[in-house]
Design a protein around this ligand. Structure first.
Ligand code: SAM
Ligand code: SF4
Length: 327
């Protein structure tokens, strides 16, 4: 079992399988000149299988695969077949932009995937194009419908920004009325810290207030480890969630570890990536060497995101892109 020095049991890994992406969301990546990880530094299929085994041995029960865009890795379905076979993993999920997912949805349903989070920030194809710098709205929409047809539990992740989609909140929330899916509104994290990105920040409270203008929200108590404050609305098929990603009100019960495409760990979203595990995995280390390193790294998990961020800024002085961290 993995436990930190504050007694929090870590049983959930958010696993970024690649930092590459076919979209260029303005809040996540620059249009050009992204320095992607060289392919030989990404974990190989065999190294990923080793880590699946190690995580299972250490009591990890839930995995979420993210990126970059997970389906930028051509062999990723091969790996998901292995994940589905591992009985110690009770829940496994995927976060995707939905542009490359369609051919795999039926098989993912057969593999009993626990759920998919699809990122969709707008219902306007033109705005989608501006925001992602790619004209792919219709692919994402077809994917959304196919996920529902295949009965895979679906959550839509929507990052809320002032001058981008704040005006669409009512319509976006109504998706959970029309369809059996949950909507999750995420506070935009101004990663680059510049004035323009700060100007677009909308707090979780402002999101809630805006939704309350149109709907009667009934708060559902937050489960331990949850990052989303969920609400029910009468007559809606799905829930509405609000994630205070920037104001981070959820650290006390955090049960997660982030694991990167290079095999590095990040014990807090707001903190530093530790490169020592990736190097160890790439040196053909045994399962027991990796387990002891991981146990050691977890013991240093910071108390909360503010402490972690202060440490990160003191060390590197800069934020990174969500595409490396995985969201
Ligand atoms: N490419 C996949 C996708 O977009 O769903 C998975 C990776 S993406 C980094 C994971 C999540 O992080 C997405 O829901 C995305 O909207 C969110 N994200 C990226 N940059 C963000 C930012 N600056 N603030 C808040 N959320 C962000
Ligand atoms: Fe790609 Fe997801 Fe980042 Fe958009 S948010 S650029 S889809 S990794």
């Amino acid at each position: 079992m993995l436990q930190d020095k504050f007694g929090r049991v870590i049983d959930y890994v958010r696993w970024s399988v690649t930092d590459r992406c076919n979209l260029r969301c303005t809040y996540c990546m620059p249009e050009e000149n992204m320095n992607f990880v060289p392919r030989k530094e990404l974990l190989s299929f065999e190294e990923m299988e080793q880590m699946l085994r190690v995580f299972g041995d250490l009591g990890i029960k839930k995995l979420r695969f993210t990126g970059g865009e997970p389906f930028m890795r051509k062999d990723i379905m091969r790996f998901f077949e292995k994940v589905a076979e591992d009985s110690r993993i009770e829940h496994w999920h995927l976060t995707s932009n939905g542009t490359l997912l369609l051919p795999h949805i039926k098989r993912l349903a057969e593999l009993n995937i626990s759920g998919i989070n699809l990122s969709l920030d707008t219902l306007s194809p033109e705005r989608f194009h501006q925001l992602t710098r790619r004209d792919s709205f219709s692919e994402v929409w077809t994917c959304l419908e196919s996920i529902l047809e295949n009965d895979i539990p679906l959550k839509i992740n929507t990052v809320v920004q002032a001058r981008v989609n704040f005006s669409e909140l009512k319509e976006l929330a109504a998706l959970a009325k029309e369809k059996p899916l949950d909507m999750r509104f995420i506070e935009y994290m101004p990663f680059n810290g510049n004035a323009s990105s700060q100007r677009d920040f909308i707090s979780a409270k402002e999101i809630e207030n805006e939704l309350r203008k149109h709907y009667q929200l009934h708060a559902i108590p937050m489960a331990p480890g949850a990052t989303s404050q969920d609400f029910k609305i009468d007559g809606f098929q799905g829930k509405i969630g609000i994630i205070a990603a920037h104001t981070r009100t959820f650290c006390g019960s955090c049960n997660r570890l982030r694991f990167s495409a290079k095999g590095n760990t990040q014990t807090c979203l707001y903190g530093i990536e530790n490169v020592s595990l990736g190097k160890l995995i790439k040196s053909n280390a045994s399962d027991s060497e990796i387990k002891s390193k991981l146990t050691n790294l977890i013991s240093g998990k910071p108390r909360n995101g503010f402490e972690a961020e202060a440490e990160m800024l003191a060390n590197s002085g800069q934020h990174r892109s969500m595409s490396t961290i995985g969201g």
